[in-house]
Ligand binder design. Structure first.
Ligand code: HEC
Length: 163
């Protein structure tokens, strides 16, 4: 039963790959780089949530603080670490996003109203969506057997039914 499931899963993944379901451009990253990039992504998501919360409470100081933390000085931002492996367009999109957050921080500090900042945040989220529509990660590292990105580990799962 389990074997059949694993085989079916491998088949589905392999078929999906053959059909080119996820045709987004692949960023060839090592496991570590992938982990690093996804870690930053989760910070972006958490930070965006914190900005929204602060906007809902009309707390400009908090809006500024959270937006600044996602700005160009964002600690551990991907551009500073794995810039050599990332395509230029990717870098530019990432940088534009960090600049958006700095602008939101600035405007919060200078007392702009909430609606204005909501509008900016919505534009920043458009950048998240635009980049996600173009890229996916493909790990180049060793087979770790972990639940890595299905895009690349699908092949290994297809093999596992022979065991
Ligand atoms: C410059 C490109 C780019 C921008 C801009 C970007 N992302 Fe991502 N993000 C990615 C890539 C690439 C992935 C991996 C997607 C994949 O492999 O399917 C990803 C994955 C994620 C994930 C999944 C994290 C995980 O642990 O699996 C989250 C959450 C995320 N992004 C949030 C955001 C948010 C929120 C923003 C905007 C505030 C954003 N991203 C902006 C490129 C970007």
């Amino acid at each position: 039963m389990k074997k059949i499931f694993i085989f079916a899963l491998g088949f589905i993944v392999a078929t999906a790959m053959a059909a080119g379901v996820d045709q987004r451009q692949v960023l060839p990253l090592s496991e570590m780089q992938r982990n690093h990039l996804l870690g930053e992504m989760r910070m972006l998501l958490t930070g965006t949530g914190a900005i929204l919360e602060a906007l809902a409470q009309d707390d400009r100081a908090a809006v500024a603080r959270h937006a600044r933390s996602l700005g160009v000085e964002m600690p551990h931002k991907m551009e500073g670490h794995i810039d050599k492996v990332l395509p230029e367009q990717f870098m530019l999109m990432g940088m534009a996003l960090h600049q958006d957050f700095d602008r939101i921080a600035q405007d919060a500090e200078s007392g702009k109203d909430t609606r204005h900042m909501l509008q900016q945040l919505s534009e920043a989220l458009g950048r998240c969506a635009a980049c996600h529509a173009i890229y996916q990660i493909g790990t180049t590292g060793q087979q770790s057997g972990k639940q890595g990105s299905q895009n690349v580990h699908g092949k290994h799962e297809a093999h596992s039914h022979t065991r």
